[in-house]
Write a protein of this length. Structure first.
Length: 465
């Protein structure tokens, strides 16, 4: 399995780090021992000098007495210093012996969530991959591993296991595994490997970190779930008094779920890669109010039938040939300085425009031809935290289908969250879905109960988003 070489590399890096630490500690001990030896030699020299002064005291009795007194004081001082250095050497040696076996291991955390739901319609009527009625979904369990590689970079990995909606069997995969620099000049940061590309406000956020139960429809359809990519990404913090961040990346896919990734064919050219970017800024409107805004873009000049032929209700197929996506996001936060652990207000909004090129094959009796489908989508939510443990909010969504813009769906979702602690939270959400029935989907009412938990280390945790 591919995971074993990764674990072997982690073990080698851990052993190398421990060896380096041991060498540095031993070098420090040698230095202290050398200082003790020098002081002991000085004491011996001073003692010999004192004896010589006693033998010659007849020549100058008064001067010899004064010198002997000074030498004794100096010897006592040196002896005190030797005692102090000896204690330091012993304490360092003892600490080295008592080092924990896992002291140099990466930080490890486990995140899990279970979503129990009831839908008034079946999956054929809602277009979902989950059954209607009662459904218990162990949506994901994530193993997070992270550590500093050296003073110049850190590495992290997220291994995810999720249950198949039909069989219930768990499938495991590498969701993220990337290297990220932290000391490049010019306020630059480079990330390479498998990671979530920075696009929009919530596109690169894990499902369990969202402020509501489900990922917004527009992100699911236009991005394909989380913005996962295998590639590289560069971030530049612009050296200005005002905070400005610019990010650009390239990878062989963009989006974790179907219909990803793009089909490379026999040879992948540069024009078949996904290119994305984001620019964002932040303002302190007052000591209690902050605003953040950004724009994002994604372009794949030649997707080469990403996701294969997409069957349409009329029997025709659409084969994606070009992918274009643009978005703008805005958030406004109220976080009072005096009571920020008990009260806060967050309003977040994002709008996206998808303009993809498809090969329309014999749809509606026509000959195959290229066609462009432009579709809009938006989500907006407000979350109010009214105590340390409780918060409540409302989510509104509206989206046009990226394959058929005449198909439109709206959702309305009030939700309430109980954070028992930073590592354990429950969320109750009701969602009403309205469809214009172009693709034959029915309206639906659903209730969700989400239980999420964290054990071990988890760097991003649950933040107020």
């Amino acid at each position: 399995m591919k995971i074993f070489p990764v674990l072997l590399l982690c073990l080698i890096a851990t052993a190398t780090t421990f060896k380096t630490y041991a060498q540095k500690t031993e070098s420090s001990n040698d230095s202290l021992r050398h200082q003790i030896e020098l002081m002991q030699r000085q004491i011996g020299a001073l003692s010999n000098g004192a004896l010589a002064e006693d033998a010659a005291k007849t020549a100058d009795r008064n001067m010899g007495a004064e010198q002997k007194s000074d030498d004794k004081k100096l010897i006592l001082d040196l002896q005190d210093q030797i005692q102090e250095l000896t204690e330091k050497v012993n304490s360092v040696s003892e600490a080295q012996k008592q080092s924990k076996p896992n002291e140099f291991n990466p930080s490890i955390g486990l995140v899990g969530e279970v979503v129990t739901s009831y839908h008034s319609q079946g999956k054929a009527e809602t277009g979902s991959d989950r059954p209607g009625g009662i459904d218990v979904n162990a949506r994901s369990v994530e193993l997070n591993v992270a550590a500093s590689v050296d003073p110049f970079a850190k590495g992290y990995a997220v291994i995810n296991a999720s249950a198949d909606p039909v069989t219930g069997e768990a499938t495991m995969g590498i969701e993220e595994a990337a290297l990220q620099t932290n000391s490049l000049p010019g306020n630059l940061e480079l990330k390479a490997g498998r990671f979530f590309g920075e696009f929009g406000r919530l596109g690169y956020i894990h499902d369990h970190e969202l402020p509501f139960v489900n990922r917004p429809l527009v992100l699911d359809q236009y991005i394909g779930g989380e913005s996962r990519s295998d590639g590289f990404q560069v971030n530049w913090l612009v050296p200005l008094p005002q905070y400005v961040s610019v990010t650009a990346g390239a990878g062989d896919q963009f989006g974790a779920d179907a219909p990803n990734p793009a089909n490379p064919g026999d040879i992948r050219q540069f024009g078949e890669l996904n290119y994305w970017g984001r620019a964002s800024t932040y303002f302190d409107l007052s000591p209690d109010w902050q605003a953040e805004m950004g724009v994002s873009g994604l372009y794949n000049p030649s997707t080469e039938d990403r996701g294969g032929a997409l069957v349409q209700p009329d029997g025709g197929t659409l084969t994606e040939k070009k992918r274009r996506l643009a978005g703008a996001d805005f958030s406004l936060k109220w976080v009072p300085l005096r009571n920020n652990q008990f009260q806060s207000l967050t309003w977040g909004t994002e709008g996206l425009f998808s303009d993809n090129m498809f090969l329309d094959s014999v749809s509606k009796g026509r000959s195959p031809a290229d066609t462009s489908v432009g579709a809009w989508g938006v989500y907006s939510y407000v979350t109010y935290k009214f105590s340390r443990e409780w918060s409540a909010g409302f989510l509104y969504e509206w989206v046009e289908n990226y394959q058929n813009a005449s198909d439109r769906t709206a959702q309305y979702s009030p939700y309430i969250t109980w954070a028992l602690s930073h590592w354990n939270q429950l969320r109750l959400q009701y969602t009403h879905t309205e469809s214009n029935h172009v693709l034959g989907l029915a309206n639906d009412d659903a209730i969700y109960m989400q239980w999420s938990w964290i054990i071990g280390s988890h760097s991003h945790g649950w933040q107020q988003r």
